[in-house]
Ligand binder design. Structure first.
Ligand code: PMP
Length: 448
């Protein structure tokens, strides 16, 4: 076998080589076409090969691609920071640019801790997160993530941060039912704060809608208002990890707009550049920056490529494209069309337990039995098999944590926001074929 040099996710496994992409489709070097129903990793929000972005990239490259942030600033970086703030309801955010979602959440954590240090409260240095959450792969971000599988190898090196129960209504961790539960999972945050002491807690971090760690887990409408009140009462900052949900994906520019809550800090990534370049952002509200501006006047973080003008120009072009083509609204309308089709499909497929999500961040959860909601055994590898079956048919799907940490077996359905109704029809047709194929295989193996 030819010696390899690139470390790929599964070593020794062959990977197709993608030569080009256009819109929602990718094309490999063997002539196979893939319908990208997962936008890669919920990233390629505007689809592939958008000329306006290619032009912006070339234009900025023709001026200057890199300046070092400790020496200079640049027009695209300044403009992008203003643009992101303008997109929020309150328009009062600063931005710190980084290169990945993990860096964005980790920087949010550091800025939250620094905020309290500058206010003379250095003991406020823990971050509470939720079980079934994913905030990134770097050590700080992983310390705040409830993703057991990704933490396992490094557990001894991670900060000992507490986790609270998620608003997972389909499989309520507290065995309650909304609305009679009165959102008891939010009370779990209040209980954790009481137990640990607010004087030790800098922030609470949550994905507005849980992505990879559970599959589009969407809280009740009033959950975040209750969470924000608990945070405010206890002097704890609220960090919204909008790495997956931000920039239109859920049918609002920021998913927190669905819930009428303005976070103190926001982490962005993925759809912010739609994958055209690595760039991410930590957005920080004025009141969080105020003590830093009056104190040390410097945020103690940063990377060589932070605020890179080339990447900033690309992100600006992506956001302008989203605005110019009304793609936030499209995520809402096409999301409604897609979820309705998935729900219709689910009626005839007994192994589908739940179809959920907002906009074009949707998920399907699989179960053995609809009444008991019993999970498939791990060795059934249900989501992997469905994703593999879809892949063979040229349909790309994204796994949400398969039955770990109390989550069920789910896959995300999150195509680019530019997907057309005809492409959605094709997506659902291929997905239904894939699920039915695996369902038949499972039934056959049970009767053998
Ligand atoms: N937060 C969330 C909600 C994510 O979904 C991800 C990536 N799946 C991250 C953070 C980490 O982003 P990245 O992979 O760009 O480091």
């Amino acid at each position: 076998m030819k010696r390899e040099h690139l470390i790929k996710p599964v070593l020794g496994q062959p990977y197709a080589i993608i030569r080009s992409g256009k819109g929602v489709f990718l094309y490999d070097d063997q002539g196979k076409t893939y319908l990208d129903a997962s936008s890669g990793a919920i990233t390629a929000g505007i689809g592939h090969g958008v000329q306006e972005v290619i032009d912006a990239m070339a234009e900025q490259a023709g001026k200057v691609s890199f300046v070092y942030r400790s020496q200079f600033t640049s027009e695209p970086a300044e403009e992008l920071a203003k643009k992101l703030s303008d997109l929020t309801p309150g328009q009062d955010y600063w931005s710190f640019f980084v290169n990945s979602g993990s860096e964005a959440t980790e920087t949010a954590m550091k800025i939250a801790i620094q905020h309290w240090q500058e206010r003379g409260l250095p003991s406020k240095n823990k971050v509470i997160s939720r079980r079934m959450s994913y905030h990134g792969i770097t050590m700080g971000a992983l310390s705040m993530s409830g993703h057991a599988l990704r933490r396992r190898r490094f557990i001894s090196l991670l900060a000992d941060y507490p986790v609270v129960e998620p608003p997972y209504c389909y499989r309520c961790p507290l065995q309650k039912t909304y609305p009679t539960c009165q959102i008891a999972c939010a009370d779990d945050l209040a209980a954790a704060i009481q137990r640990i002491g607010a004087e030790h807690i800098a922030a609470f971090i949550a994905e507005p809608i849980v992505g990879a760690a559970g599959g589009a887990i969407t809280p009740p409408d009033d959950y975040y208002k209750k969470i924000k009140t608990i945070c405010e009462l206890n002097n704890i900052l609220f960090i919204a990890d909008e790495v997956m949900t931000g920039i239109g994906r859920t049918g609002k520019m920021f998913a927190m707009e669905h819930y009428g809550v303005e976070p103190d800090l926001i982490a962005l990534g993925k759809g912010m550049s739609a994958g055209y370049t690595p760039i991410a952002a930590t957005m920080v509200k004025d009141h969080v920056m105020a003590p830093i501006l009056q104190g040390s006047r410097s945020v103690m973080s940063g990377h060589t490529f932070s605020a890179n003008p080339q990447s900033a120009a690309v992100a600006l072009a992506v956001i302008r494209y989203i605005e110019g083509h009304h793609l936030v609204h499209a995520a809402h309308t096409r999301g409604s069309y897609l979820i309705a089709k998935l729900q219709t499909m689910a009626v005839g497929i007994p192994i589908i337990g739940d179809v959920r999500g907002k906009g074009l961040l949707l998920a399907i959860e699989f179960i053995q039995d609809r009444v008991s909601k019993q999970l498939f055994p791990p060795e059934a590898a249900i989501t992997t098999r469905i994703i593999d079956a879809a892949f063979h048919k040229g349909l790309l799907m994204y796994p949400a944590a398969g039955a770990i940490d109390g989550a069920g077996d789910a896959i995300l359905v999150a195509p680019p926001l530019v997907i057309t109704e005809a492409e959605i029809d094709l997506l659902v047709q291929l997905l239904e074929e894939s699920i039915r194929q695996v369902m038949v295989e499972i039934t056959d193996s049970e009767t053998e």
